[in-house]
Design a protein around this ligand. Structure first.
Ligand code: AMP
Length: 219
């Protein structure tokens, strides 16, 4: 299952919930890259300038990073992708990997919202330094200001959630990632969700869609 949509649409929230419900591995390329940056690995150093500028990290780095994960035993019974693929070349590469291992893509869940809503959401987003648990200063504040409810660590703004980077990330999405909407629609895999609704509502609709697919195709 793939989650598609602009930054701030709620992909991470919905994807982690669905992964828990289905006991499937949750694979988020953004999280993997941020971990590499924190570690100071070669990949992290190469990725950071692109991330801070709101651009995509080059395909060859992303594909090398994710190949191992997709071929690992833990993904044999399925996986949930968030933030990958992000352009048609990545989608082709994913298609090849899936075909080679005689698996198939089940569904692409597209969460949409207008840019002004996304900018407002992202600018209020805070994440904890330990585990990337996510909050919003207005709509989903932590119990104690600046502190994660789940692990007590400090809450910060992601470097690329700063206003100057957010506009660039949205532009990158519209130019490079949005063509995947047609790409997957043509393959009959796309399902659309209104990301301006509440997280609970979007989650219910996604669960209903996935339940129907399971019923129809014994997912
Ligand atoms: P995200 O957390 O998914 O918003 O990703 C944060 C940043 O990581 C993006 O703005 C990109 O710079 C980079 N990134 C994440 N996933 C990919 C990908 N599949 N291809 C290229 N760059 C990516």
């Amino acid at each position: 299952m793939i989650f598609l949509g602009p930054p701030g649409a709620g992909k991470g929230t919905q994807a982690t919930r669905l992964a828990k419900d289905f006991s499937l591995p949750y694979i988020a390329t953004g999280d993997m890259l941020r971990a590499a940056v924190k570690e100071g690995s070669e990949l992290g150093r190469a990725a950071k300038e692109h991330m801070d500028a709101g651009r995509l990290v080059p395909d060859e780095l992303i594909l090398a990073m994710i190949a191992e994960r997709l071929e690992a035993e833990e993904t044999a019974h399925g996986f949930i992708l968030d933030g990958f693929p992000r352009n048609p070349a990545q989608a082709d590469a994913l298609g090849d990997t899936v075909d080679r291992s005689e698996r198939r893509l089940a569904v692409v869940l597209l969460i949409e919202a207008p840019d002004d809503v996304l900018v407002r959401r992202i600018s209020g987003r805070r994440v904890c330094v330990k585990n990337d648990h996510t909050y919003h200063v207005d709509t989903d504040p932590p119990k104690h200001e600046g502190m994660c409810d789940q692990d007590g660590s400090r809450l910060v703004q992601r470097d690329d959630d700063k206003p100057e980077t957010v506009r660039a990330r949205l532009e990158t999405y519209h130019e490079q990632t949005e063509p995947l909407v047609d790409y997957y629609e043509q393959r009959g895999l796309l399902r659309r969700f209104d990301g301006t609704r509440t997280p609970a509502d979007v989650g219910d609709r996604i669960r209903a869609t996935v339940a129907t697919l399971r019923f129809e195709e014994a997912l």
